[in-house]
Design a protein around this ligand. Structure first.
Ligand code: LLP
Length: 414
């Protein structure tokens, strides 16, 4: 059963009525469920039971310190893509020894910070990056642990903006160049070869492409072993999709089964980098209807959350379920749920059949992943508050931004 459900006619997060959260902290407000985060993590842990495996939560999906801390306490590792994300992981009590560092553009400063923190592995994405890392590690008198992220050229069958494993993608090193790059890495004095990785895309619903990618990666592992380059781990990336509407997303066990079969009997440690599937359905965006506009052609519900709070509808035409917090009787209309931002693309949902009154609270569902993490201050709108519910307890885990903070770093000309 979902942690977000109607009880006595009003939507709750675990044991907390969402109206109570809105009354205390205002709207827009992101609401997360600790139980949902823990359950999502447990689904991976159970699917991987009996294997040497580390789930490295992809911090980019939701980087709130409280979310990171919940996963750190559950023993997660972390997949980071910036020095900022590293700082968050450390601040939240994460174990640097379980951190993998992905991304195509790691700066020298970021490399240094990660080496000093003692991360588990750099996922290297180019020859130029390899050279820079060797040089930075040498200057620090350290050796950098590395894996190449290879591009297995597998079609993940998802939205083109979030497909990353095709030949045309900027990510990873081309499959055919992997072996020469490992040979090159072996010759560099300040590197330790640890493993190999891939990540083919996001919101994947079909488990087959992931298994196909794992098979291609395995072929490289064996070719490298034959050359005397043994690898300690295989990182199969993230990407497992979730239900936004009627996708019938597989469970972690279902999604991983074909991949685990491909990897059966292997002694290498398995790493995973899931983001969305750990947090997506553990969060919602709470918003209030400011005005209703019943037009000749269309009906609009103008709410106090906007594309700056949740960019996914505007950016990917993504569909998020929108539920009334206290459903009531009354005429049902098809509403475009729109925000106050001055862009036609500022919508959270189109044509939603709802009975609404000004002042009603709405919950934009499945907003735990790539919601707050991709929010901005566009239109000089303070970013939303974030709340974590734990049973009947409510924790404010990020207060709403104050207006003055938005331009505190700016100066007018003298
Ligand atoms: N590992 C790497 C190297 C990645 O680039 C990503 C996501 C992940 C792991 C986590 O993937 P996940 O398990 O969350 O699918 N903003 C988009 C999604 C962008 C995904 C970027 N990379 C959205 O809102 O749909």
């Amino acid at each position: 059963m979902s942690v977000f459900a109607l009880k006595n006619g009003v939507l709750h997060a675990e044991d907390v009525a969402l109206g109570d959260i809105a009354a205390r902290f205002g709207t827009p407000c992101y609401v997360y469920s600790r139980a949902a985060l823990s359950r999502a993590f447990a689904a991976y842990r159970d699917a991987l039971a009996g294997r040497d495996a580390t789930v490295c939560y992809a911090v980019k999906a939701n980087s709130n310190l409280a979310v990171l801390n919940v996963f750190a306490r559950l023993g997660a590792g972390f997949d980071i893509v910036s020095g900022g994300e590293l700082a968050r992981v450390l601040k939240a009590g994460g174990d640097a020894g379980k951190v993998v560092f992905s991304g195509v553009g790691k700066s020298r400063d970021e490399m240094r910070a990660a080496l000093e923190a003692g991360i588990y592995c750099f996922n290297v994405e180019s020859a130029a990056e390899l050279e820079r890392l060797d040089e930075v590690a040498g200057a620090l008198g350290k050796r950098a642990p590395i894996a190449f992220r290879v591009n297995p050229d597998v079609d993940p069958k998802t939205h083109p903006y979030i497909s990353t494993g095709l030949k045309t993608s900027k990510f990873g090193v081309p499959y055919a160049e992997a072996l020469p790059l490992y040979r090159c890495a072996r010759e560099l004095p300040h590197l330790d070869i640890r493993g190999i990785g891939c990540h083919i895309g996001s919101q994947l619903l079909d488990p087959a492409p992931a298994a196909e990618a794992a098979g291609k990666v395995l072929a490289l592992v064996d070719a490298l072993a034959a050359e005397g380059i043994p690898l300690a781990h295989i990182d199969i990336g993230g990407g497992m999709g979730i239900d936004y509407r009627d996708e019938h997303a597989p469970s972690a066990a279902e999604y991983l089964a074909p991949t685990l079969q491909v990897l059966a009997g292997r002694r290498e440690r398995l790493l995973l980098e899931p983001g969305r599937s750990l947090v997506g359905n553990a969060g919602l965006l709470l918003t209030r209807v400011e005005f209703l506009k019943h037009g000749a052609e269309k009906n609009f519900a103008v709410v106090d959350a906007a594309m700056n709070d949740l960019a996914r509808p505007a950016l990917y035409d993504a569909w998020h379920d929108i539920q009334p917090v206290a459903p009531h009787d009354g005429a049902i209309h098809a509403y475009d749920i729109v925000g106050p931002v001055c862009e036609s693309g500022d919508f959270l949902g189109h044509g939603r059949e709802l009975s609404l009154r000004a002042g009603d609270l709405l919950a934009v569902m499945s907003a735990g992943a790539y919601g707050m993490a991709m929010s901005s201050n566009y239109n000089t709108r303070p970013r939303a508050a974030e709340v974590m519910v734990d049973g009947a307890e409510i924790h404010l885990v990020r207060r709403r931004e104050a207006l003055a903070e938005l331009f505190a770093a700016e100066t007018a000309l003298p």
